[in-house]
Design a protein around this ligand. Sequence first.
Ligand SMILES: Cc1cc2nc3c(=O)[nH]c(=O)nc-3n(C[C@H](O)[C@H](O)[C@H](O)COP(=O)(O)OP(=O)(O)OC[C@H]3O[C@@H](n4cnc5c(N)ncnc54)[C@H](O)[C@@H]3O)c2cc1C
Length: 380
Amino acid sequence: MYTGLTAEQRRLAQEVAEFAATRVRPGAEARSRDQVWDAGLWREFGARRWPGVVIPAAYGGLGGGALEHALIVEGISRVDASLGAALNLLQQTVMAILSFATEAQKARYLPLLADGRSYSITGITESDSGSKLEDMQTRAVRDGDGWVIDGCKTEVHIPEHVQICLVFAKTPSGIGAFLVDTGNPGFKVTGRRDIVGLRGLPMAAVAFERCRVPGDALLGAENGAYDVFFKSFDLTRIGNAAKCVGIADGALDDAIAYARRRRIGGNVVTDFQGLRWQIADLDTRVHGARALLQVAADEYTRTGRSTAASARAKLLASTTAMEAATVALQVTGSHGCFADNPFARYMMDAKVSQITGGTIEILRNAIARDRLGKPTAPTP
Ligand SMILES: Cc1cc2nc3c(=O)[nH]c(=O)nc-3n(C[C@H](O)[C@H](O)[C@H](O)COP(=O)(O)OP(=O)(O)OC[C@H]3O[C@@H](n4cnc5c(N)ncnc54)[C@H](O)[C@@H]3O)c2cc1C
C-alpha cells in the first residue's frame, strides 16, 4: 500500500488497524448519530500516544513524522472519520506550539495533548469569514504587556476536555495567531452546531469577550498568521488526505464485503462488469491518492512545508472519497440506505471533507499557483 515502510511503521499501521476494528468501529454509528464525543476512547488513543504522534518524546509524544501521522489517521478513518479528523485537527495546535511557542508553553501543553488528557481547537472561521482570512472581524489589541481579544468563531470542534484554543485575530499590523487557555474567563462556548458530517466530533460556536491573554500568547509575529497557518495546515492537509483515503478504502471494503454475499439470480453483485470497472477505477485513485500523500509527507518531514503537494494529495483523496462513498451506497442497494449501516455516514463524512481544512476550490488555487504562478491581476 505505502512504499518503503520501516518495520516500525508497519507495526504501527497494524496496531492501528486492530484497534480500529475492535474498539473504534463498534460505536461509530451511535457516536455519529448522537454527535457524541467518547472521552474514554480518546484516552485510549492517548495511552498509545497517537494524539502526540509528531510530538517529540521529550514532551511525551511518539516523536514520529507526517507519515506516521497519516498511517494513524487513515487507519482510524477507515471505520470512523470523525475520530480520524480529531486526531488530525489537533495537530494544527501541536505544530503551532512546536514551531512558535516558548519553552514554558511547550512544557505545559504538549504532554497534555500527547497523552489525550487534553484537546485543542482551532478558531478561524466566522459567520462572515471563511476561505479568506482577511475578512475576519475578531480583533486583538495590545493591553499593557498582553493582548485583549474580542470576536466570535463559529465552527470549532469542542470535546469537553478542550484546554487550548489556537485563535486567529486581526492585530494592528495584520493577522496574528494566539494561544488561549479555554479556562480564561473571556472564552465562552456560545452554542452547539448541528453539523451533517463528521458528527462524532461535536462542533460549537465560541466567543472571546474582553479575553485578556499574556504577551507570549502571540505565536510568531503580529502579522505572522500565515506562517503559523501553513506550518500547521500543510501537515493537517496530509492528515486530511489520509482521512479521505481511509473513508474511500473503508467504504469500498464494506461495500465489496456486502456485494460478494448478495446473490442476484445465479450471480453475486461483484460479478457485474459495470461494477467491477467502477471499483477498478476507484481502487486506482485510492492508490494514487496514497502515493501523493506519501510524497507530501516525505516533503513535509524533510523541509517542514508542503503546500502544493499536500493540496494535490487532499484534492485527489477527497474527490475519490466522495465518489467511492457514493458508489459504495449504490452497490449495496437499499441495504445502504438505512441508518444502521455506515454508507450514508461515509457519504456525508466525505462531502464535508471536501470543505473542511481547505475546500477543493482553494486546493485547486494552490496547485494552480504552483504550476502557473500568481494570476497577473487580482481575481474575485
Ligand atoms: C466539518 C468541518 C469542520 C470544520 N472545522 C473548523 C475548525 O475546526 N475551525 C475553523 O475555524 N473552521 C472550521 N471549519 C470551517 C472551514 O474551515 C470552512 O468551511 C472553510 O474554510 C471554507 O469557508 P466557508 O465554509 O466559509 O466557505 P466560503 O469561504 O464562504 O466559500 C464558499 C464557496 O466559495 C468557494 N471559494 C471561496 N474562495 C474562492 C476562490 N478564491 N476561488 C474559487 N472558489 C472560492 C469555496 O470553495 C466554497 O465552495 C470546518 C468546516 C467543516 C465543514
